[in-house]
Structures are given as C-alpha cells and as structure tokens.
Design a protein around this ligand. Structure first.
Ligand SMILES: O=C(O)/C=C/C(=O)CC(=O)CC(=O)O
Ligand SMILES: [Ca+2]
Ligand SMILES: [Mg+2]
Length: 404
C-alpha cells in the first residue's frame, strides 16, 4: 500500500489502507455529502469525482451511500481504485486538496437507508454464557446451535448513528420476587458489542446466495451496539425470541469499511464440528481478525476478539437467503455479540458481571452491574491491513438518557 501525499500523522486513524465511506455535513454547508475518511480529513467524494470527471460521479453524488451500495462490486472496485490513486499519487494532490474537510469539524450521519435488519447469535462463548445465565437448568447451547447460525429480525427503523443519545426503555418485567409483572424503566440495561454488515447488491426472491458470493453482495463492515434490556428480554422472549428488549435502539458506527479493505484480515474461522451442511460451506475463509475494545465511561472493560466467532458473515448471508428470501440494498445483518473465551473478552455486561452478581469495579471508584443514566459506551476496533498497516473502524458511541 503506497503512502499518501497527505502529511498524515502515523498514529492517525484511517490511513490509505482503510478508506471508509460515510455521510457528512458541516456547519457552513448542512447538505449531506458522501465522504471518505483519510487521516484527520474527510474527502468530499462527490465533489472530487465531479471535479475530476470520474465516470462514477453520479453514483457518489449523495445525499447518502444508497446509490453506491446498489452499484455493485465492479463499481465499488472502480471507486476504490480511483480513491487510492487520488490520495497516494502526488500528481493528483493539487486537484484533490480543495475537497478535503477537517474531520473534527464534520457532523456524521446514518450513511445509508437501512432496509431489513437481522441480528445473529454467532459467538459460541456468548451463546454458552447467555444459556448458562438465562437457562441454568438446560444445556447452554440449543441442539440446533452448531447446525445453523441462529438469528432474529430486528427493527431497522431504530438503527441510529453513533453519538445519538439512547433513552432508557420502559416496559414490562417480572422480577423473580414479584408474583406478577411490573411496569417501568428497565433496570438491567446492557450493551452488545457486535460487527455489522451492509448488503449492496440485491438478490431476487426464490434464489439463495452461496457462501462464496459474499463479496459480490456485501459492501462493507461497521461496528454495532445492540442495546439490550435484560429485564424486558427475560420476561418477553419465550417462545418467539428478542422483541421490545432490543428494538428501542441499535447504534452503528458512521464509517463503513469496504470489504475490500479487509483482505489482510481474513482468517480461518474456528473449527466447526459437526461439519455444517453443504450450503454453509465455502472455499475461502471468511473469518475476520477484528479486535474490538469496549469502553464504559472512558474505562476499557473488554476486548472481544472477532476471529473467534463460530459462524462467519458469509455463512450468515447464505443461511439468511437459503429459503429464497431476497436481499435488498441496505439490508443490515449483525454478527451477534462478540465474546471470546476469557472473562475480559465478553461483549455484554450480562456476561462481564455474570447477570449483575459480580459488578465491574471501574478505575474511577464506581461499580457497575448494568448501565446507569448518563453512562457512555464507546466501541472501537482495528484489523490488520496490507503490509503491516492497521485498518481502523472508528467508533460507535452512545450515552444513556433517563426514561421518559
Ligand atoms: O439466548 C437468548 O435467549 C438470547 C440471547 C440474546 O441476547 C440474543 C442476541 O441479541 C444475540 C447476540 O447478540 O448474540
Ligand atoms: Ca445482539
Ligand atoms: Mg438493539
């Protein structure tokens, strides 16, 4: 990967190996534009493409990423190749420089129109921990768990961009000490550190998408916090699964890292036993070596390893469509909570505090079982890039507001 002609701080996120896409506006120009993060800058992609007469200028004209998502893999590759040239070949410096905006001055928006939203349950460590906590008298993994990637349909309309405040949800819960459900603000509000994927190329109803077609359909990868109310969830989820305990808000990071930026991060997933059915097998690995970090009020509380996920995103996509369900541009699917084998690799407070029984002691002297009003959670991640570079995902952040 050649260096950029921009004088980038070597520690700055978003070097030329990442080139993530987002949607931004500025105080002086509130119109939404497609941007690419490069070091401490945002490149106005639409403006640059227009000025340089790029053939894809209309596709990146904004106001969101929808047209680029729909354009498909050949156009995604064409745009990335052009961006790499513009930002690394000094011959383009004078033409490109006027389209750079200071990254600290931009407002970032939800980058695309979210179509459907599916959330999976693909970490064996997470599923085992949750099974032990929620169903202590049963086998932690259900009999189907190692045969198919379990998922549920979430609420796409409540996916919000990082930085959006999260109002504490209200609802029914049934404390074990009460004979009947009570109503009120959730008292067991939690996070789930996850990785999200957005579909670009649609697929027709009646056809399935094989594991090996993952990169033809999935445009990019981002971070996702599946805010979860454990008290609402525990009372409502039998027999149909998560509902209001998770549908109040899901936060996503604003920068979408293209799948093409993750070639060096591809690894073999953990061994699968039993071997999955043929439709869940591919010829090339789609494990991804992302390292997540979860901070609560500024303190690191967990480092979930994404390479430990039992089911890959490519298998999830194949499973999601094996019944002939179509894909639409903007469909989001999330990995499920990322938890590793170690206690400090768990992606939810439910696990980190073992259902609140072992509260976290934070370095500021406070204790947390679940989230309190005013708490802020920030999830970040990195992955290996080409030639020893680092791919950054930015962050997904959210602060809890009191119930209304
Ligand atoms: O096992 C259950 O009853 C439910 C567990 C979850 O919280 C579902 C979920 O969001 C899946 C995940 O993020 O891994
Ligand atoms: Ca989840
Ligand atoms: Mg949620």
């Amino acid at each position: 990967m050649p260096d950029s002609w921009l004088d980038l701080d070597p520690d700055a996120h978003f070097g030329p190996a990442t080139l993530p896409y987002g949607v931004f506006s500025t105080a002086s120009d509130p119109g939404r534009r497609v941007g690419v993060a490069i070091g401490e800058h945002v490149l106005d992609l639409g403006g640059t493409a227009r000025a340089l007469g790029a053939p894809f200028a209309d596709t990146v004209a904004g106001p969101g990423l929808d047209a680029l998502l729909a354009a498909g893999r050949p156009v995604w590759d064409q745009v990335r190749t052009a961006l790499t040239a513009w930002l690394t070949d000094p011959v383009h410096a004078d033409a490109v420089r006027p389209h750079l905006v200071d990254r600290s001055s931009v407002r970032l928006h939800l980058p695309f129109t979210v179509a459907d939203y599916v959330d999976f349950y693909a970490s064996e460590h997470h599923a085992t921990n949750v099974g032990r906590i929620f169903r202590p008298d049963q086998e932690p993994l259900t009999p189907n768990w190692k045969h198919l990637p379990i998922g549920y349909h979430g609420r796409s309309g409540t996916i919000v961009v990082s930085g959006t405040d999260i109002v504490r949800p209200t609802g029914q819960r049934k404390p074990p000490t009460e004979p009947a459900p009570v109503f009120g603000p959730s008292v067991r509000l939690d996070i789930e550190a996850e990785v999200g994927f957005v579909v670009g190329t649609p697929s027709p109803m009646g056809e399935s998408v094989p594991v090996d077609s993952f990169a033809d359909h999935v445009f990019g990868v981002f971070l996702l916090n599946d805010w979860s109310s454990r008290d609402l969830q525990a009372w409502e989820y039998v027999p149909l699964g998560p509902f209001l305990g998770k549908s109040f808000a899901t936060s996503v990071s604003p920068w979408v890292v293209p799948v093409a930026a993750l070639e060096a991060a591809r690894v073999e997933q953990p061994a699968q036993d039993p071997e999955p059915l043929p439709y869940l097998r591919g010829t090339r690995p789609w494990g991804l070596d992302l390292r997540l970090e979860v901070r609560l009020n500024g303190h690191v509380v967990s480092n979930p390893p994404f390479d430990q996920m039992y089911w890959t995103a490519a298998q999830q996509l194949a499973h999601m469509t094996v019944n002939g369900a179509s894909l639409r541009t903007g469909d989001v699917f999330a990995s499920g909570t990322v938890s590793g084998p170690e206690p400090d690799q768990r992606g939810s407070l439910l696990e980190l505090t073992w259902s609140g029984k072992e509260p976290l002691r934070l370095p500021d002297g406070t204790e947390r079982a679940f989230l309190e009003d005013g708490d802020e959670v920030v999830i970040t991640a990195t992955a290996p890039g080409p030639g020893g570079t680092v791919v950054h995902f930015g962050e997904v952040a959210g602060r809890i507001l009191p119930a209304r």
